[in-house]
Every structure is written in structure tokens, then in C-alpha cells.
Ligand binder design. Structure first.
Ligand SMILES: [Zn+2]
Length: 182
């Protein structure tokens, strides 16, 4: 599975996926519901206080996890990968390979957007992990996020800030160059 997506994902996303794949090996699971829709309780190897529930629709090969990593980052979590391993799925289903994270997103604009998204995604994952460590941290993280999101939406309404300046365009081109050769 790792070798297969290495040729598909961008470098950054592949690194994130590979880390999840490696960490899936240290997860442990229990089947808690059987049938067409089965449920698994999955525990991170290094921290068994965090319990996640993975729901797997066998006929449609659809899957979801209570950690919601795929929903916010577009990359499957270690818990789902553990369940895939358990049920014998060795090829990543196409619907879980988002086009925006693939190298076939060809235009410069798409690459620039993917680059920014990759970078933000890394931050989001770290942010979510820190913010989910306790109820207090969650409250602080949630409020800070809402404030930041409001700032981004406000900035988006200001046309001057979203029009690409020459400086930004050059910066993006340099980043794309780095992205393509790395
Ligand atoms: Zn998960």
C-alpha cells in the first residue's frame, strides 16, 4: 500500500500517510460489532487512554473513524489503516485518495494551492493533537481557532489582500519549484 501511494501522493502528503501507516502497526483493535457494518475499537499503541471507533461498511468498502482525521486532513488515519490491515484491504480505495493531494494536480495554480494546503494541513494535525489532550486545552484551542477562522474570512472579503501581488507570485513560483524538484 505504501509503495503504491508513493507514486501517487505529493511528497508532503506521502510523508504524512507513511507516518500513519507505520504507527498503525502499533495500534491494537477489538471488533465490537459484526455484520455488513462492523465496528472496531482501536487504541493507539503508545497511549491506550485514547480510544477510537472505526466503522467499516463491508459491501461499499466505506470507512470512518471517530478521530475524523480524514475529514479534516484528507489523509486516512492509523486507526482506519489498522482496520484495513485486519480485513485484508491491501490497496488504498480510490475514494480515499483525494485528487488535490496527488501529483497529477497539474496546473501551477493547483500546485500552489496544494502546497499551501499541505503546509496548513501539517499545522492543523499538530494543532488538533495538542488541542485534544484535555477538555481545557480543547476549549482554548477551539476558541483560538474560531478567532483565527474569523480573521481569515474577514481578510478574504478584503480584495486587496487576496489579489496576488508580484512579490507573492514570485514567492509561490519559488515554492512550486522547490516542490517539483523535491
Ligand atoms: Zn482515526
Amino acid at each position: 500500500m505504501v509503495r503504491e501511494v508513493a507514486d501517487v501522493y505529493t511528497r508532503t502528503i506521502f510523508d504524512i500517510f507513511q507516518e500513519e501507516f507505520v504507527k498503525s502497526n502499533s495500534c491494537s483493535l477489538n471488533k465490537i460489532e459484526d455484520g455488513t457494518i462492523s465496528k472496531y475499537r482501536v487504541v493507539n499503541g503508545e497511549d491506550d487512554s485514547k480510544i477510537f471507533t472505526v466503522t467499516f461498511h463491508d459491501s461499499e468498502k466505506r470507512v470512518s473513524c471517530s478521530c475524523c482525521k480524514f475529514e479534516f486532513s484528507g489523509v486516512l488515519c492509523r486507526h482506519v489503516l489498522k482496520v484495513f490491515s485486519e480485513v485484508g484491504i491491501q490497496t488504498l480505495p480510490k475514494e480515499y485518495i483525494l485528487k488535490r493531494w496527488t501529483m497529477s494536480a497539474k496546473s501551477s495554480r493547483q500546485k500552489a494551492v496544494a502546497l499551501c494546503c499541505n503546509d496548513l494541513c501539517r499545522d492543523v494535525i499538530k494543532y488538533a493533537e495538542e488541542g485534544a489532550t484535555s477538555a481545557v486545552m480543547y476549549k482554548i484551542a477551539k476558541e483560538a481557532l474560531q478567532k483565527a477562522f474569523a480573521e481569515v474570512i474577514a481578510a478574504k472579503k478584503d480584495v486587496r489582500l487576496v489579489e496576488p501581488s508580484k512579490h507573492i507570485t514570485i514567492k509561490v513560483l519559488v515554492l512550486i519549484h522547490w516542490f517539483v524538484i523535491s
